[in-house]
Design a protein around this ligand. Structure first.
Ligand code: FUL
Length: 461
């Protein structure tokens, strides 16, 4: 028993002994349990419920056909002939996305807004006669389509002459961040990667993460911050689109303390979270629709198919994560037709799979069977062919389930159809197609008393 629980036990027993009216020992103990569990903030909760965000990698690399610019690019190469951020946003919305995140600055240091901190920006390009502001067009497009806007500001800057000059670069970086967070209205997510290479003078920079995070909190208090080390949402540990099969939304903050750390323990904590974690920091799964993050004409035929994208949805959102899918605009400044087609086809596939919840009019009976166990029995109105299970915990009250099994009744016998570890926001499972009249979720282990869960069943395809 933890000191805190021991203390509560003693205090409650004492209170009971002296006859404090209305004090119910079990209620208080359960409440103590609940309060000890990390829980999401409203911003983290709505971030997770959005499920899908679109990542937009765009900049000088789009014009040099590279993945990482070296900072020597001439701003005059940046000249998208038909740029239309509304086309990105319309596509995102039509494909079921709720947010977009733009690379305001990538490692090459080229800024997509007319910053006062450097001339290495759109202001030195021929695009819109040097009068353009892509961050502005991006946030306006997001708002027009009802999407949340997010920005990525790479701390690694291969152009800035002050990079590697300790405080001077940190001041420069915070000035850029301040422009982005004060001139463009509400920003919902601020994205920090951990890359930390050499700058133009061969020096490396020590980033000031506390000052960076404080600046975001101060200027955009309801934004979530992404990085390996959060503080609000964490990297899932790979760029393949797969969250851990076991995936806790809690982490131990002493394992990944700053972005860019490596090692087995770091990777395990990013992929799986920590059962005994004390901080709510759910994982975000970033992956590209193409092999590269930036657009390369040679990859136009290597766009992920709708089925592939649906599979990514299962291995990210369906494993208690969020999918941040990168779709890079072309040199014209538009999403390529192949990418748009795949996205819309994925949305059609998703609609088809999740259109008809076979358990919508079922009866659900949930009961705890012990301190750390529970059972949910769902009785369908009539037997139905089930191929996809959709399990959800009420994460506003924390994440609790650590091990479960699902059985289904085929009219004669109960058979085990799947088993797993964590559930969290959403656990999507494909199971062998079968006709069942009842489904039973048995929770055998949990880190706190399980609270009611939700089960949806689909035929799938
Ligand atoms: C990484 C970068 O190095 C890649 O270019 C890309 O932006 C990816 C999302 O983050 O840190």
């Amino acid at each position: 028993m933890t000191d805190r629980r021991q203390f509560l036990h003693t205090a409650i027993a004492g209170a009971a002994a002296i006859g404090v009216r209305g004090l119910r020992v079990n209620d208080l103990l359960q409440d103590a349990d609940v309060r000890a569990l990390p829980r999401p903030t409203p911003a983290q909760l709505s971030w997770q419920r959005d499920e899908l965000a679109m990542f937009i990698h765009f900049g000088v690399n789009t014009f040099t056909d590279r993945e990482w610019g070296d900072g020597t690019e001439d701003p005059r190469i940046f000249n998208p002939s038909a740029l239309d951020a509304r086309q990105w946003a319309r596509t995102a919305r039509a494909a079921g996305f709720k947010a977009m995140i733009l690379t305001a600055k990538h490692h090459d240091g080229f800024c997509l807004w007319p910053t006062r901190t450097t001339t290495h920006s759109v202001a030195s390009s021929p695009w819109r006669n040097g009068q353009g502001d892509l961050v502005r067009e991006f946030v306006d497009a997001c708002r027009a389509e009802g999407l949340k806007a997010g920005l990525y500001l790479s701390p690694w800057d291969r152009n800035a002459s002050v990079y590697g000059e300790s405080q001077r670069y940190n001041d420069f970086y915070l000035a850029q961040l301040t422009e982005l967070l004060t001139q463009y209205g509400t920003i919902h997510e601020v994205w920090f990667d951990g890359a930390n290479g050499e700058g133009p003078n061969g020096k490396r920079q020590t980033y000031d993460w506390p000052a960076t995070w404080n600046t975001v909190r101060r200027l955009q208090p309801s934004a979530v911050m992404f990085s390996d080390a959060g503080p609000d949402v964490r990297w899932i540990g790979n760029e393949r689109g797969t969250a851990g099969i076991t995936n806790w939304s809690m982490v131990r903050p002493d394992i990944v303390t700053v972005p860019g750390m490596s090692g087995d323990e770091v990777m395990r904590s990013l992929q799986n979270g920590d059962r005994d974690g004390t901080v709510w920091r759910p994982g975000e799964t970033d992956v590209s629709i193409r092999p590269g993050w930036f657009h390369h004409p040679a990859e136009d035929t290597r766009v992920r198919s709708a089925d592939d994208l649906l599979q990514l949805y299962f291995t990210s959102v369906g494993r208690n994560s969020k999918l941040l899918l990168n779709v890079p605009p072309t040199r014209d400044g538009l999403l390529h037709a192949n990418d748009v087609d795949s996205l819309l086809a994925m949305q059609a596939r998703r609609d088809a799979v999740f259109a008809h919840d076979l358990a919508a009019d079922a009866t659900h009976r949930f009961r705890t069977t012990g301190a750390r166990s529970a059972e949910l029995v769902t009785t369908l109105r009539q037997p139905a062919e089930i191929g996809v299970l959709d399990l959800r915990e009420e994460i506003a009250r924390g994440q609790r389930v650590a091990r479960y099994r699902v059985d289904a009744f085929d009219g004669t016998t109960w058979r085990g159809i799947t088993r797993g570890t964590t559930i969290g926001y959403r656990k999507l499972e494909r199971v062998t197609l079968g006709v069942y009249s009842r489904v039973r979720v048995v929770v055998n282990d949990a880190i706190a008393s399980p609270v009611s869960m939700i089960l949806h069943c689909y035929r799938g395809s």
